[in-house]
Design a binder for this molecule. Structure first.
Ligand code: ME8
Length: 513
């Protein structure tokens, strides 16, 4: 995979037909963790998110709200921005498809595809689902609905078509020469077999509503919302200015993170559009799984939509971030369960991580006058724990390159487990009397291990990890991965530490008093 310095990660741009829910928060969270990890690892990161504001679905939602589409999209888009603050997400840019820079990019991409001979005018007659913003063949329908369960309507109208059929061979060759193009691997197989079955030309304009970007030279048509939406990934880099700094630095994207529902658009249509316009496809598309709520599909009609604001208010921000990424192997489907959230908060965060920090810092306070102890002479047990701490980053890096976020967390929590076993085995509270110098060595080893752990959990739990680094008096400039490892910047003996205070509180049931 990419060895360049620059790293470009994107979320899907979300439809503003409705306010954000846990699914949107989840994808952006994963991207935020990836972006933060890469920044701490010294990469130059561009992290993009935004809102998808055109098309029939959004137009319909605006009408139902009794508003003009522009005013409506302004309002809902703001809710997605607000989510960034609430979840402590760190995007470098937020794109809206109603922005001028985006409209220009989409119209230019269209024009390039026309110039290449990839677009022709015809007539579409077939099924369309407004909810999915997707066309379906008769043969795909299940009991008169889209395979996703969405209602479909019959559409007959003049339409521009994209010669997708002409890209079958090129796409298959591209997949073959880019075996990492889609993750997880099982999803890649689905994409390849879909393309192998043959591709139909794609209808890419509509005439029966107005809320979209006009086709250059034929304003009776608006550009199909997916051509519009996918282009966001390059309009945010300044396309059509392909010689500009942003585009040169960050295209092709390192990874588009999406939900599995929109894989075909990203892994088939998008590379074909880019090839048609003479641009390189992205390096990778990673499709994560689907969340259900206590075993049930999440839907407005069932009234079980999970509001990320409510999660943060109830469980805490870092607790929520941790749960979402630890509970489910990234790429698989997941079920949100209160019980399992509480178990993870209390066992893994409060007990395993929080207590380790609290115990060690409290001992340093009592036994070492609240100053970083002197390492003295290291014994093999100390060296073994430190070696594990030093090697943790390399192991996590490999997992993060493959978007195995859960495995990266496993690594660092494995280190926490090791540190807990070490503290119990060494019993510094006993050594304190029998061998105070040895107690100091053990506490230094633990403090140094905790410094590694907290730096490595910064991408996942930025606020709590930052507080732990505060308690260790780690200066801001040393809060990077460069400060880790044998060649890093170890804690300086004698540094005064602030009084410790617990970082990961236990969750107490509201009705438990
Ligand atoms: O599809 N579980 O926007 P969208 C996990 N505008 N992830 C979920 C989820 C769930 N239950 N529900 C939603 C669109 N998501 C287009 C994208 S990109 C050029 C255009 C997440 O608002 C997941 O990432 O319907 C999914 O792909 C995305 O929200 C769909 O958001």
């Amino acid at each position: 995979m990419s060895q360049r310095d620059a790293f470009y990660v994107t979320t899907p741009i979300y439809y503003v037909n409705d306010v954000p829910h846990i699914g949107h928060a989840y994808t952006t969270l994963a991207c935020d963790v990836i972006a933060r990890f890469m920044r701490l690892d010294g990469r130059r990161v561009h992290f993009l998110t935004g809102t998808d504001e055109h098309g029939q679905k959004v137009e319909k939602a605006a009408r139902e709200a009794g508003m003009e589409p522009k005013a409506f999209t302004d309002q809902v888009s703001e809710r997605f921005r607000e989510l960034l603050r609430v979840m402590d997400f760190s995007p470098d840019d937020f794109i809206r498809t109603t922005e001028e820079r985006h409209v220009r990019a989409v119209q230019t991409l269209w024009t390039r595809m026309v110039e290449g001979g990839w677009i022709y005018l015809g007539k579409y007659a077939g099924w369309y689902s407004v909810r999915d913003e997707a066309y379906y063949a008769e043969s795909e329908l299940v009991d008169g609905r889209a395979p996703t369960g969405a209602p479909v309507e019959w559409v007959e109208e003049p339409s521009y078509f994209f010669r997708l059929s002409a890209f079958q061979e090129r796409l298959l060759r591209f997949y073959e020469s880019h075996p990492d193009f889609v993750g997880p691997a099982t999803r890649f197989n689905e994409v390849v077999s879909f393309v192998r079955q043959g591709l139909q030309d794609l209808s890419i304009s509509r005439t029966t509503f107005r809320w979209g970007i006009p086709v250059p030279g034929d304003p009776a048509h608006v550009i199909y919302v997916w051509v519009d939406a996918l282009t966001n990934y390059i309009s945010a880099l300044g396309y059509p200015d392909v010689d500009g700094e942003l585009f040169r630095t960050f295209w092709p994207a390192d990874v588009h993170v999406i939900g599995k529902d929109i894989l075909r658009f990203h892994a088939v249509y998008w590379p074909a559009f880019l090839m048609a316009a003479g641009l390189e496809p992205p390096r990778r598309v990673f499709a994560h799984g689907w969340w259900t709520n206590e075993g049930q599909k999440i839907s407005k009609s069932l009234g079980n939509v999970i509001d990320p604001h409510a999660l943060v208010a109830r469980y805490g921000l870092d607790q929520t971030r941790y749960y979402l990424l630890r509970e489910v192997p990234f790429g698989q489907d997941g079920d949100f369960r209160h019980e399992s959230m509480v178990r993870r908060i209390n066992h893994e965060l409060a007990n395993d991580y929080g207590n380790l920090v609290q115990r060690v810092l409290a001992m340093i306070r009592r036994y070492c006058e609240g100053r970083v102890p002197d390492p003295g002479e290291l014994a093999p047990d100390d060296e073994a724990l430190l070696a594990r701490a030093h090697n943790c980053l390399a192991a996590m890096r490999a997992h993060m390159e493959a978007q195995a976020l859960h495995r990266a967390l496993d690594e660092v929590f494995g280190l926490i487990g090791e540190a807990n076993r070490y503290v119990d085995a060494m019993a510094p509270w006993a050594l304190r009397r029998s061998d105070p110098a040895r107690a100091a060595t053990v506490l230094w080893t633990l403090a140094e291990t905790i410094r590694h752990v907290a730096t490595l959990t910064l991408p996942f739990m930025p606020q709590s990890s930052g507080r732990i680094l505060d308690l260790l008096a780690v200066p801001a400039a040393a809060r990077t991965f460069r400060a880790l490892g044998a060649e890093g910047q170890p804690l300086r003996p004698g540094t005064p530490l602030p009084p410790p205070s617990p970082v990961f509180p236990r969750y107490v049931e509201e009705d438990a008093g």
